[in-house]
Design a protein around this ligand. Structure first.
Ligand code: SAM
Length: 378
């Protein structure tokens, strides 16, 4: 409390968190505090994060130590204070005795205090990020996980924009399937995002049993209502009819096409994929005469094959009545696999669009294209 008061008085306060509830099943999961400037003057904004909702309470700086003190003694085992001169971590044991550790400051400047900050992090302090080892209990990225955190946050930001202009923008309950869920970063993120908007029914499909076991255990522990992981393969998983969102990020090679085909067949309203490696087109591609001198360079042929693969995917989706967008979703410095295809169902099939895809295939000597083969065999 002394350190907290001193940081208020000295203008060095950055933020404060309370975490690790003593009761494993506690409704209140953590508390996040920062300064906020209101008409009435400077206040401390306490965000109380419950399992199913966030509650914000603004208190005066003078009231804060008492409020925080009672939360700390009644509910939480850990407190983290960040100031521009040092970080302080307090850990209390079951008997109520505590140890405090000081360390070098994580932050060199205080946070903006405007009431309506331009960008509130959609996943700030979400408990799953800690459980999956992305952040520590105070919401800061663990060593080596900053890129993953940025990727997950960016994914949710994009999901938000796509949802706003989707056919289910006003729906209270949203059904999502994440194909090739892996460790579940994006599955949990999608669940958290839609849960905060209303109700979410999310299934993560993953072929590895060990991962399915781990992610289901975490979902149970965090009481993520409406979230489950199923063992299965993308091509064979029985999707529910017309899911709102189908996701497949970094599923290998043609698994992306299997996911796209499954989404189109099921009538998914929004499909979001980030392709991984591309092999199918590269092995068939023959350079058209006009490009032969350029594509003799292996790296350029490689990139051309990627462009063709993703371009053809977008054309095929358009032929099946989707509006397709292809864009970079995180900058190149964070991951090489940063291309995203987002397709929103807008209308009926347009088989003229299919001809555009076939023309490109002919030009490059491509005879088989998994997504097209899958959809045309229906
Ligand atoms: C690179 S990881 C990506 C995980 C997650 N989508 C993400 O972006 O964080 C790919 C995951 O997809 C799974 N996977 C690949 N092909 C699959 C298939 N055909 N069916 C089910 N899961 C698959 C792998 O086991 C792996 O866990």
């Amino acid at each position: 409390m002394e350190k907290l008061r001193a940081s208020f008085a000295g203008g060095t306060f950055v933020k404060f968190t309370l975490s690790r509830p003593r009761e494993r099943k506690a409704e209140l999961r953590n508390v996040y505090a920062r300064f906020v400037d209101l008409k009435a003057g400077r206040a401390v904004s306490l965000t109380l994060r419950y399992a199913t909702k966030d509650v914000t309470r603004n208190v005066t700086p003078a009231e804060t130590p008492a409020q925080v003190g009672s939360l700390l003694s009644d509910v939480f085992e850990e407190a983290n204070l960040f100031t521009t001169t040092g970080d302080f971590r307090l850990k209390a044991d079951a008997k109520g005795e505590g140890t405090m550790k000081a360390s070098r400051p994580t932050f060199s400047a205080v946070l903006p205090t405007a009431h309506d900050r331009p960008k509130e992090r959609a996943l700030a302090n979400a408990p799953f990020l800690t459980k999956l080892g992305v952040t520590s209990a105070d919401g800061v990225a663990r060593p080596g996980m900053a890129d993953k955190l940025r990727q997950v946050e960016r994914f949710v930001e994009i999901l938000g924009h796509l949802t706003e202009s989707s056919p289910f923008a006003a729906a209270e309950s949203v059904r999502v399937c994440d194909m090739g869920a892996g460790k579940g970063y994006l599955t949990f993120a999608a669940h958290e995002y839609f849960r905060r908007r209303g109700k979410a029914e999310v299934i993560g499909v993953e072929q590895r049993e060990d991962l399915v076991g781990k992610t289901n255990a975490i979902a149970r522990e965090l009481e993520c209502e409406g979230l489950r992981f199923d063992r299965g393969t993308i091509a064979d998983f029985p999707l529910p009819a017309a899911p709102d969102v189908l996701i497949a990020l970094h599923a290998c090679d043609t698994a992306t096409d299997d996911a796209l085909a499954a989404g189109v067949r099921a009538g998914a309203k929004l499909i979001v994929v980030a392709p991984c490696c591309h092999k199918e087109v590269r092995s068939q591609m023959r350079a058209p005469e006009v490009l032969a001198a350029i594509l003799r360079h292996g790296i350029l042929a490689e990139r051309q094959a990627e462009v063709l693969t993703d371009g053809l995917r977008a054309l095929v989706l358009e032929a099946w009545g989707y509006e397709a967008k292809v864009f970079e979703f995180v900058s190149n410095e964070h991951t090489g696999k940063n291309l995203m295809i987002a397709a929103t169902k807008r209308g009926d099939e347009d088989m003229a669009g299919l001809e555009r895809a076939r023309t490109v295939m002919r030009e490059f000597g491509i005879e088989r294209f998994r997504l097209l083969d899958e959809l045309c065999t229906v």
